[in-house]
Write a protein that binds this ligand. Structure first.
Ligand code: PHB
Length: 395
């Protein structure tokens, strides 16, 4: 027997877009069900970037999710931009009229969202299989199995939110879409290290051997990255080589030292930029990585997903309040306007800070001039700062 149930909004994916959307809808009394092919442990254990835009932290507070963030997150007043051995402080807080840099990793945000969702009793199914969408024009419904052995269930809904990441099925369901993409000829090797912090803020470094980034997780655990080749393997990077590259790329001339410690997690990612347009088709709306990817250099991925969730929520809220479909119809155009600005910023930070083997010496000098201009011009540093802490949702 096939089981059939009903909800108002069916959400595919328990990542940032799906979970924020679910909480926003729930607060407004709009019923939703979230399904995800991953287990809760996998979702809560996936390591991603860690910087929240200032409005994202405000939204966490508004949703009653600020408590652990206030205890665990790191709040910095600026970032460091480094070219060769010259390190410059950008006072983000002063440049933005008081906005801080909040380092709170994505999986911590997801833990808070999932705990709140479960506590409020909203229906959530982890580890589902055979997810499919049907009737997207008039009678949307989702089918799935709770486990590979379970019978197929059908979930009838008014709308489907495709928050299923870059590999999920929902983007493929958008007919007539245009996809824009750029691959960068390099990747990032990321490590988690048991060591005390080496610096009081994030350091983004452009070195002739390639980009390096120093970030943090806790007083005992630090997050570091080095630029690597696009097809490099983990076997190419024994721990000694990683430390050697980090020491070389982050070195200054004033005796600053990088604290070493045990490397207990390593990951490799390729860098790419991607946007799909439109982000809706019939009763299906896609959000987050399903619709766009940014390279991690500005740490915009999670924040962009949350912005999509807010725009989609506003459309659904208007519809259920009897205000019509205006905002839902405009969802894609509204979201894409801001997405393209964040794509521009992420591409700009990536291009300025990395060594691109396909570029010549002239182009590399231009990037160093860009860093020099950014750190010495108030207008240029303010432009970077306002993007870094996050552009407003209504601009
Ligand atoms: C991180 O802490 O993982 C991180 C921070 C800043 C970035 C990217 C990643 O731009």
């Amino acid at each position: 027997m096939t089981k059939a149930t009903r909800t108002q909004v069916g959400i595919i994916g328990a990542g940032p877009a799906g979970l924020f959307l679910g909480q926003l809808l729930h607060r407004q009394g709009i019923e939703n069900v979230i399904i995800d092919i991953r287990s809760r442990e996998e979702i809560e254990g996936t390591i991603r970037a860690g910087v929240l835009e200032s409005w994202t932290t405000e939204l966490m507070h508004e949703l009653g999710l600020g408590e652990r963030m206030m205890q665990v997150a790191h709040f910095h007043s600026g970032i460091a931009l480094q070219a060769g051995t010259e390190r410059h402080h950008l006072d983000i807080e002063e440049l933005t009229g008081g906005k801080k840099v909040t380092v709170y990793p994505q999986h911590e945000v997801l833990k808070d969202l999932i705990a709140a969702r479960i506590a409020s009793g909203q229906e959530t199914h982890f580890g589902v299989s055979d997810t499919a969408m049907h009737g997207l024009q008039d009678h949307p419904r989702l089918s799935f199995r709770r486990s590979p052995e379970s019978p197929t269930e059908t979930l009838y809904c008014d709308f489907i939110a495709g928050c299923d990441g870059s590999q999920g099925p929902s983007r493929q369901a958008i007919e007539g879409r245009t996809e824009y993409s750029k691959l960068y000829p390099f990747g990032w090797l990321g490590v988690l290290v048991k060591a005390p912090p080496s610096y009081h803020e994030l350091i983004y470094a452009n070195h002739e051997r390639g980009f390096a980034l120093l970030s943090t997780r806790s007083p005992e655990i630090q997050r570091l990255y080095i630029q690597c080749g696009p097809t490099d393997n983990m076997a190419d990077y024994p721990d000694e080589l990683i430390w050697q590259e980090l020491h070389t790329r982050l070195a200054t001339q004033n005796g600053w030292t990088l604290h070493e410690g045990e490397i207990f997690q390593k990951s490799l990612v390729g860098l790419r930029s991607f946007v799909t347009d439109p982000m809706q088709h019939g009763k299906l709306f896609i959000a987050g990585d399903a619709a766009h990817i940014v390279p991690p250099t500005g740490a915009k991925g999670l924040n962009l997903a949350v912005a999509d969730a807010v725009y989609l929520y506003r459309g659904l809220e208007q519809f259920y309040a009897g205000g019509g479909c205006g905002r839902l119809e405009a969802y894609s155009a509204t979201a894409l306007k801001r997405i393209w600005r964040a794509e521009r910023f992420s591409w700009y930070m990536t291009t300025m800070l990395h060594r691109n083997p396909q570029e010549n010496a002239f182009e590399q000098r231009i990037h160093l001039a860009d860093i020099d201009y950014t750190v010495h011009s108030r207008a240029a540093s303010q432009a970077l700062a306002e993007n870094y802490v996050g552009l407003p949702l209504d601009s």
